[in-house]
Ligand binder design. Sequence first.
Ligand SMILES: *[C@@H]1O[C@H](CO)[C@@H](O)[C@H](O)[C@H]1NC(C)=O
Ligand SMILES: *[C@@H]1O[C@H](CO)[C@@H](O)[C@H](O)[C@H]1NC(C)=O
Ligand SMILES: *[C@@H]1O[C@H](CO)[C@@H](O)[C@H](O)[C@H]1NC(C)=O
Ligand SMILES: *[C@@H]1O[C@H](CO)[C@@H](O)[C@H](O)[C@H]1NC(C)=O
Ligand SMILES: *[C@@H]1O[C@H](CO)[C@@H](O)[C@H](O)[C@H]1NC(C)=O
Ligand SMILES: *[C@@H]1O[C@H](CO)[C@@H](O)[C@H](O)[C@H]1NC(C)=O
Ligand SMILES: *[C@@H]1O[C@H](CO)[C@@H](O)[C@H](O)[C@H]1NC(C)=O
Length: 757
Amino acid sequence: MRLAQVLTLLLFIRLTLVHGASSNAKHYIVYMGEHSHPNSESVISANHEMLASVTGSLEVAKEAALHHYSKSFRGFSAMLTPEQAKRVAESDGVVSVFESRTSKIHTTRTWNFLGIDSIQQYKQLQMDSSSNVIVGVIDSGIWPESESFSDQGFGPVPDKFKGECVTGEQFALSNCNRKIIGARYYFKGFEAEYGSLESQGGTFFRSARDSDGHGTHTASTVAGSVVANVSLLGMAGGTARGGAPSARLAIYKACWFGLCSDADVLLAMDDAISDGADILSLSLGPDPPQSIYFEDAISIGSFHAFQKGILVSCSAGNSFFPGTASNVAPWILTVAASSVDRIFKSNIYLGNSRILKGFSLNPLKMETSYGLIAGSAAAAKGVPPSNASFCKNNTLDATLIKGKIVVCTIETLTDNRREKSIFIRQGGGVGMILIDPLAKDIGFQFVVPGTVIGQEEAVLLQKYMETEKNPVAKIYPTITVLNTKPAPAVAGFSSMGPNIVTPEIIKPDITGPGLNILAAWSPVAIEASAERSVNYNIVSGTSMSCPHISAVAAIIKSIKPSWSPAAIKSAIMTTATALDNTKHLIGRQPFGNETTPFDYGSGHINPTAALEPGLIYDLDSTDIINFLCSIGASPAQLKNLTGQLTYCQNPPIPSYNLNYPSIGVSNMNGSLSVYRTVTYYGKDPTVYYAYVDHPVGVKVKVTPSKLCFTKTGEKMSFKVDFIPYMNSSGSFVFGALTWSNGIHKVRSPIGLNVLSV
Ligand SMILES: *[C@@H]1O[C@H](CO)[C@@H](O)[C@H](O)[C@H]1NC(C)=O
Ligand SMILES: *[C@@H]1O[C@H](CO)[C@@H](O)[C@H](O)[C@H]1NC(C)=O
Ligand SMILES: *[C@@H]1O[C@H](CO)[C@@H](O)[C@H](O)[C@H]1NC(C)=O
Ligand SMILES: *[C@@H]1O[C@H](CO)[C@@H](O)[C@H](O)[C@H]1NC(C)=O
Ligand SMILES: *[C@@H]1O[C@H](CO)[C@@H](O)[C@H](O)[C@H]1NC(C)=O
Ligand SMILES: *[C@@H]1O[C@H](CO)[C@@H](O)[C@H](O)[C@H]1NC(C)=O
Ligand SMILES: *[C@@H]1O[C@H](CO)[C@@H](O)[C@H](O)[C@H]1NC(C)=O
């Protein structure tokens, strides 16, 4: 009788939970700030008790709780109704309660690539082979058998590493080694928000094993071992190598099918911080608009990492437009994407002997020429020609496209390009020419011979098709062209500033190679490689540039182990260049438009220079708090972020005086002075002189204009007076301040919004 009652009760609980989940229960993160409980068991039971006070029973509480954050900060996540969430928020010790949202990996799944190895300058860098720098990669897992993760020549796992090799589906202890020193995976948040992994209808492994390819690609870009003779289907052969080949990898799989639950990402960060990672690399982020730092999981997790001396490097996103950059907190290194000096040509040979320039990653050879037909001329019954021109599902007439090369156009920037080639193949088409002027630089892969053309070529092609009775063409397989100019150029998709949360911090911070990058891949992830199983793949996105920057950070950390995250960031930013290989300002694809620091921050990374920056702009979490105070953060907001009661100093230090390696003022009314402090990291006495590139309409004066250093570690402050004589009418004007001693150039971009003079 008693047992039956209990069973009934349990059944009832389950039903209410399931019912609750389908009606109004949502997945919430309950954040409780700095960690004070050493024993995680007691934290878990305290969490359950707190939850029980709003759910009514301990049993229900245990069912509702999903994650417990107990290592680097405190909190938990749980399925709650909004009313319950509100009551939990009122509990003692709770700092904030916010809904777990979804971040996305920052490569577009449909954008597929072909390629070659990392950029040339990395080859010159050597890292001490006894290096024990650990890079935590939060992503879609790893393909451990890839040659890129060979641990040949590595010493034992560093003592400081406290992580684990968590086993799971097709992932055994033996899948970790002296390169992949840790592997964990998180799925409860994803399943609470999207349903079971099984119900998603795709290939996956319930373990750290990567079925997506993305995590394998980013991890091998950071720290892949040197692997000779790598290529994608014979194209663009070369040596693959991570930026920091002797760094160790700790893998945290928190993304499934391209989606990452914030609650899972936060648990990965909690673990990674306490496991002993030195650098964290996150090629993922929320869709724009970026929410305020006080209610954003990655901002909160990375704040704790920053406090504990861990640099967090994040992708800025692939959202094309101004104001879309994500992960823009000043304690994060925010990475844009740019091209390298290499293109992949897949040209078109027309029946009139004319050759049109096309671009794609096309390994398929056409033996002969085939007839051409426009998608709009091959509309299926009842479909308007304009709809058919996009070559989407069920819009093309199979009898018309059979044996033909179909010419398609783009409906929106986010169209799934690869799918168009699948629909053409389905109808018996033999090739695709895609008119896509805005994205032709991105190396796509198609299931039939296919290539992408710009506007000029489209005009020529259309003219030929109109004037020729039986137009024919042949698509050539890809050839790789090296040493192209101008390069780098900012990728057209790379998310742009201004920083919509705190516009005085210029974001992104830096750019690195993110267009058509070859790195290790998961052989089961065939979608992104046009149904071909490959061990190395070429993909694009800020997801690909972020690990390049993380790698440089790892190298700096191995050489300067005592440097703070801000110092490493400063070294990377102040040594970057805003010029391309034609000595002009870096342009933006696809048309080479003029750029500003809102495209690339301080510029394109220069890894060699970043190792010897000369001067450093350092800052710590107290400076960050002062900054947030000055932009009006309330004690309640600061508590939401730091987890501790924090009061602002009165009057606050103006926000533009955060000792950031770039200089931004977002609302300037007349003249204004900005202060910075630099630390000297050279050896011998030296003198640095200030050089200013004036923003339009603003006079700039630096005092002192000369800094004499005698020994390493010495700090000196200076003042920058801005005297505007022209309104910038609501938009930013840009310049730069460079300190140079003739050997080192320490450059900070300047961005000013002059409201009045
Ligand atoms: C702190 O976070 C909570 C979410 O729990 C939010 O409702 C509240 O507005 C935040 N407080 C401030 C001052 O931003
Ligand atoms: C790479 O491939 C080339 C040509 O197939 C071969 O000559 C060379 O020995 C290979 N190198 C290595 C390191 O395997
Ligand atoms: C054609 O495209 C328009 C606009 O996208 C859409 O509203 C319409 O339903 C489409 N028609 C057919 C028949 O697919
Ligand atoms: C295309 O449409 C058919 C139904 O007409 C559907 O079964 C198929 O899943 C669609 N394919 C894609 C990739 O959307
Ligand atoms: C970029 O340049 C092209 C061609 O010169 C021009 O049509 C376009 O408007 C420019 N875009 C922006 C955002 O300035
Ligand atoms: C400049 O004036 C605007 C509008 O009055 C104000 O919002 C802003 O805070 C001022 N900026 C500074 C730096 O004082
Ligand atoms: C500057 O621009 C603002 C708004 O664009 C305007 O209100 C103000 O009068 C302008 N001031 C001068 C000096 O032109």
